[in-house]
Ligand binder design. Structure first.
Ligand code: HEC
Ligand code: HEC
Length: 300
């Protein structure tokens, strides 16, 4: 396991101070808050196929080297009990949604009775996909999230109405397909046709939103490790998504998490599935290149 190095997280002083001041005014209680290291721990999951050890911290990808040395899964910032729930699929409440995804996968639900399984065989044929999305589709040149691929089949190949971006059917399927890549290293492409989308996502990541005038980076880069209210601020990685959230007793997609975080800055938020949040998902995913796909993870 990698040792945490303090220098890797040196705050970008001026910007961070402004954000903290604004947050303090609005009662977010970040100012003067305590710093707590990400917990030193190893995540080995008991799965149906035996134990699986995940890479939950790794050297920062090249494009992040100026900002930090080490990337950490959000798992390291959660309490013991929350981390423990992820060590055994039997205890992981998110696995219920994977099971629902299997039922949906096998069900003849197309307009002409098509099923996902009828064309794709078992869900294991999707292994690897979650680790490389979002990506630019070679044919259309569009930036594709998992949701785009799923809805492409639902509408064009099954003749159904599109599934809601953050609806249950969509999230059950995200959970099922993500689990097929569990343990594989996140490896999204940021060059070539992806470069323009990645730059746009990066710009959004560093833009201050809302009354708090805070960017993603103010919290998840400058202040990661700080306690914000009773919450230990992580790096805001999405390798664990979709995540089971104890607070909501349900599955949350990365897009939903973005909506929630922007809302917390009291900003008008972009919608789940908007071009802005798609680009942001590519950029945030790339900050986690090298971590294992962990979803379905458990968070508080
Ligand atoms: C009528 C056949 C058909 C049905 C039914 C169908 N798909 Fe597909 N799907 C395809 C084809 C063809 C592709 C594009 C080629 C490929 O990647 O396999 C595709 C691509 C995909 C991809 C992208 C795969 C990749 O590696 O790029 C995903 C994800 C996907 N489908 C999910 C689903 C899900 C979930 C369902 C059920 C809700 C479903 N599909 C139903 C035929 C189908
Ligand atoms: C005011 C501070 C704040 C801002 C600004 C903020 N977040 Fe968060 N975010 C949090 C808190 C608190 C949590 C829950 C604890 C944690 O995991 O850090 C969280 C959690 C997350 C998570 C879940 C991580 C995990 O492993 O469960 C992601 C992903 C995330 N944020 C992304 C973003 C993105 C992208 C932005 C910018 C659009 C953003 N956040 C802006 C405070 C913030």
């Amino acid at each position: 396991m990698q040792r945490y190095t303090k220098t890797g997280f040196a705050p970008h002083a001026a910007g961070a101070a402004r954000g903290i001041a604004a947050a303090a005014v609005l009662g977010l209680a970040l100012a003067g808050a305590a710093f707590a290291d990400p917990v030193e721990d190893t995540l080995t999951i008991e799965t149906d196929d035996g134990p699986l050890t995940l890479t939950t911290s790794a050297p920062a990808p090249e494009h992040l080297k100026d900002a930090m040395d080490t990337i950490w899964s959000g798992w390291h910032y959660r309490e013991d009990e929350t981390r423990d729930l992820e060590r055994d699929d039997f205890d992981n409440p998110g696995m219920v949604f994977v099971d629902r995804g299997i039922d949906s996968w096998n069900k003849a639900q197309g307009a002409k009775g098509e099923s996902c399984a009828g064309c794709h065989q078992g869900p294991e044929t999707m292994a690897g996909l979650r680790a490389t999305l979002p990506r630019v589709d070679a044919t259309s040149g569009k930036l594709m999230l998992m949701e785009d691929y799923i809805n492409g089949c639902v509408t064009e190949r099954m003749g159904l109405e599109a599934w809601g971006w953050t609806g249950d059917k969509m999230k059950d399927m995200l959970a099922l397909i993500s689990v097929q890549s569990r343990g594989m290293a996140v490896n999204v492409a940021i060059d070539g046709p992806a470069a323009a989308f990645w730059e746009k996502g990066k710009e959004i990541y560093y833009t201050r939103f809302g009354q708090l005038e805070m960017s993603c980076a103010n919290c998840h880069e400058d202040n990661q490790g700080m306690m914000i209210r009773a919450d230990h601020l992580s790096q805001g990685q999405i390798n664990g998504f979709p995540a089971y959230r104890l607070k909501d007793a349900g599955i949350l997609s990365a897009q939903q998490r973005f909506v929630g975080c922007v809302r917390d800055t009291r900003a008008e938020t972009f919608k789940a599935g908007s071009d802005e949040f798609k680009a942001l998902e590519l950029y945030v995913a790339s900050r986690g290149n090298g971590l294992s796909v962990e979803g379905v993870s458990v968070r508080h």
